[in-house]
Write a protein that binds this ligand. Structure first.
Ligand code: CS2
Length: 494
C-alpha cells in the first residue's frame, strides 16, 4: 500500500506515478469561463472536456472560475482552497476497473452568497467570454407547467429593487452584463448545461423577462448581444460516497476530500452560436449541430425519464440503486416497454441516430454494476424533473392516442412515495424535493380524493381533466395504496 499524498498543486509531480495529472501550466491559465453550480456533473463533464483540451496544449484562455450561489457551496469552496482547485475524477467501468485522473481545469472558485462583488467583477472581466450553468432543473425560477417566470420569489423581488445586490443567477447575470455594457465590453455567451428541453431558449426567455422589469434598456442589449446556445449534456454522475474517498486513498494514493465518480460514457451536443468565441471543443468529441432540439428530447425522454421510471418504481420496491433495478428482469422489461411504446413514438426520426442502438446503450449504462447510482439521487427533486422528463410524454401521448399506462403507474408510485415516505416493506425513504411539503400534503388526501395528487396544476397541467388518464391513474393509485407490492402491477401491464 502506498502512503497517500494530499492532492495539491505542489504534489502533482509525486502523484503522477499513480495516475494522470494535469501536465499543462495552470498558473498561466486565463479565466475564460465562469461556471455557476459546480456540482459533480460539471466536474465530470464540461471541466473534463476542458482538461482534455488543455492536455492537448489548447485552450489556455479558457480556465474555469467556479461560482457558488448557495450556502452549501461553502464546503466545496473550502476543499478547493486546500486542494488548489484540483480534484480527482474516478471513471468507473462495468468490469470493476476504476480510472482516476486529476483534473485541473478549474482554477478559481468564488462564493457569491455573502459578497457578490467579486463574482460580478469576475463575470464582467474582459477575459470572461462564457458563463455556463448547472443549477439543476429546478433552479430556473419558472412554473413547470406554464413556463412563466416566478416574480413572487422574494430573492427576485429583492434584486429588482437592488440591482447591485444580486442573490439569484438572474441578478448576477444582469449586474455583470450591465457592467460589461457600461465598459464597452462584448457580452458573454450564456451556456446552459441542465436537463431542460431548449435549455438555452428557456434561459433567454427567463433572463429577458426579468431584465425587462429590472432594467429595460439592458434587456434590449441582452436580446441583441447575448447568445444562448441550446445544449444536450450527458454523463451519469452518482453522488460521491465515503467509500470512494477511501478507495482513492487506499488504491491510488491520493487524499482528496471530494472526488467525483462517473461512468465512462460522455456526450455533449451544442448549437454553435456563441457571443464571444469558444474553446475548440470539437477536438475532444463535442458535437456541434445547428439544432439540438431532437437530441435533447431524445435524451430527456429516454435517459432521464428512464431513470425516473426505475427510480420511483425501484425505491418503492426497495432496490437501492439503478443497477440493482437492472438486475431485476421485471424492471428491465418494464423499462424497455416504456421506452418502446411510450417514449419512442413521440420522438420521430433523429438524423444520424439509431434509436434502437441508443436504447440498447442506455440499458447497458444503467446496468453498470460499478456505478451504484442511488435511487434516492434519481428521485430527488422529482417535482422539477418529472414535468419535463415524463409528464410531457403523457400529455403528448394523450394528444396522439398513444399508450400512457407505463408512465401513469410511475406517477401513482410517486404519489405513494410522497405521501408515505417509505418503501413496500415500510422502511423509511429519504425524500429531498423543494416542493416536498406540497407534494406530501396533496398526496396524503389520496384516500379520500384519489385524484388529489394530480390536481397540482403547476406539475400536471390539465391532466386531471383527461378521463383516459384519470381512470388508469385512479386504478393504479388505489392498488398501490391497498398493497404497495409494485412489481405485481408492473407485471400486469406487460
Ligand atoms: C438523472 C440525471 O437526476 C436525474 O434524474 O437522470 O442526473 C442523469 O444522470 C444525467 O442527466 C445523465 O446525463
Amino acid at each position: 500500500m502506498k502512503t497517500p499524498i494530499q492532492l495539491q498543486q505542489q504534489n502533482l509531480a509525486a502523484l503522477k506515478n499513480g495516475l494522470p495529472v494535469p501536465t499543462y501550466n495552470r498558473a498561466d491559465n486565463k479565466i475564460g469561463i465562469v461556471h455557476i453550480g459546480v456540482g459533480g456533473f460539471h466536474r465530470a463533464h464540461e471541466a473534463y472536456y476542458l482538461q482534455q483540451l488543455r492536455q492537448l496544449g489548447e485552450a489556455s484562455d479558457w480556465g474555469i472560475c467556479g461560482i457558488g450561489l448557495r450556502e452549501a457551496d461553502a464546503k466545496l469552496h473550502d476543499i478547493f482552497k486546500k486542494q488548489d482547485h484540483l480534484y480527482t475524477l474516478m471513471v468507473k467501468h462495468p468490469d470493476g476497473k476504476i480510472e482516476p485522473e486529476v483534473i485541473g481545469s478549474i482554477v478559481d472558485f468564488k462564493m457569491g452568497v455573502t459578497d457578490p462583488e467579486p463574482v460580478i467583477a469576475r463575470m464582467a472581466d474582459a477575459d470572461t467570454r462564457i458563463v455556463s450553468l448547472t443549477i439543476t432543473e429546478g433552479g430556473y425560477n419558472f412554473n413547470p407547467t406554464t413556463g412563466e417566470f416566478n416574480f413572487d420569489n422574494p430573492d427576485i423581488q429583492h434584486e429588482l429593487r437592488h440591482p447591485n445586490d444580486p442573490r439569484t443567477v438572474y441578478g448576477f447575470l444582469t449586474a455583470a452584463l450591465q457592467r460589461r455594457r457600461d465598459n464597452g465590453l462584448p457580452a458573454f455567451t450564456i451556456l446552459i448545461c441542465d436537463n431542460i428541453e431548449h435549455n438555452g431558449d428557456m434561459a433567454r426567455k427567463m433572463l429577458l423577462t426579468f431584465a425587462e422589469v429590472q432594467n429595460p434598456p439592458l434587456a434590449t442589449w441582452i436580446a441583441q448581444e447575448v447568445r444562448f446556445p441550446n445544449s444536450m449534456v450527458d454523463r451519469i454522475t452518482p453522488v460521491t460516497t465515503p467509500a470512494d474517498i477511501e478507495t482513492l486513498a487506499q488504491d491510488f494514493g491520493v487524499i482528496d476530500a471530494w472526488p467525483v465518480t462517473c461512468e465512462p460514457f460522455i456526450q455533449w451536443v451544442v448549437e454553435d452560436k456563441f457571443s464571444n468565441g469558444r474553446p475548440a471543443f470539437e477536438k475532444v468529441g463535442v458535437q456541434f449541430v445547428p439544432d439540438v432540439g431532437p437530441y435533447e428530447k431524445m435524451k430527456l425522454r429516454l435517459l432521464n425519464a428512464g431513470h425516473s421510471v426505475l427510480g420511483l418504481l425501484g425505491v418503492l420496491h426497495g432496490h437501492p440503486t439503478i443497477n440493482a433495478c437492472m438486475e431485476d428482469e421485471t424492471f428491465v422489461t418494464y423499462l424497455r416497454a416504456f421506452m418502446d411504446t411510450e417514449a419512442t413514438p413521440i420522438l420521430g426520426d433523429i438524423e444520424g441516430i439509431d434509436l434502437d442502438d441508443y436504447k440498447d446503450t442506455l440499458l447497458q449504462r444503467f446496468a453498470n454494476p460499478n456505478i451504484k447510482d442511488s435511487v434516492n439521487r434519481i428521485c430527488s427533486e422529482s417535482s422539477a424533473k418529472l414535468p419535463k422528463f415524463l409528464i410531457a410524454t403523457i400529455h403528448e401521448n394523450i394528444a396522439t392516442g398513444g399508450s400512457i399506462k407505463f408512465a401513469t403507474l410511475v406517477i401513482a408510485a410517486w404519489c405513494y412515495y410522497s405521501d408515505k415516505g417509505m418503501d413496500r416493506h415500510g422502511h423509511p425513504i429519504e425524500i429531498s424535493d423543494a416542493m416536498g411539503t406540497e407534494l406530501h400534503e396533496a398526496a396524503k388526501q389520496t384516500t379520500t380524493d384519489p385524484l388529489a395528487f394530480i390536481r397540482q396544476e403547476s406539475l400536471f397541467g390539465t391532466l386531471v381533466k383527461n378521463e383516459r388518464f384519470t381512470k388508469l391513474y385512479t386504478e393504479a393509485v388505489q392498488q398501490i395504496y391497498e398493497d404497495p407490492n409494485i412489481k405485481k402491477y408492473m407485471k400486469e401491464l406487460m
